[in-house]
Write a protein that binds this ligand. Structure first.
Ligand SMILES: [Zn+2]
Length: 131
């Protein structure tokens, strides 16, 4: 279970006291009011990045499956060597496509949410300048 230090915002995989500063650790799901908002954004960012990484690992596992299924068909076909080359190309292409899509998805859905909204920031700066 992940625990968070409300004094220095470091995270720990359990325990009662922070090993960095000695303050009491809190369960982020138990008393959400004690966790600062920026910390929640950071946690969501970390989980999103991890999800992208898991999809990329699945791409590594999917490529041999695609190769195996196509190679099985290629061996009994009229031109087995050409079929095997095609199976290798299809396996690599599958891996590359899923890998690229996972990176794109993390960039669009995870990292962009963690970034500063430029339009909102410009509006806030303009408001402050006009005051
Ligand atoms: Zn601490």
């Amino acid at each position: 279970m992940v625990k968070i230090c409300s004094a220095c915002n470091s995270t720990w995989a359990g325990g009662q006291f922070c090993e960095d500063c000695g303050a009491e650790l809190h369960d982020p799901y138990g008393d959400a009011g004690k966790i600062p908002k920026g910390m929640w954004r950071y946690i969501r960012l970390q989980y999103g990045a991890r999800r992208g990484m898991l999809v990329r690992v699945m791409a590594f596992l999917l490529a041999p499956v695609v190769f195996g299924l196509l190679a099985r068909e290629a061996v009994i076909s009229s031109s087995p060597i050409l079929g095997l080359v095609g199976a290798v190309v299809a396996g690599v292409a599958t891996w590359a496509l899923v890998y690229w899509l996972a990176g794109k998805a993390v960039r669009i859905w995870v990292l962009r949410k963690g970034q500063l909204n430029k339009r909102r920031a410009a509006r806030a700066l303009l408001k402050r300048a006009l005051r």
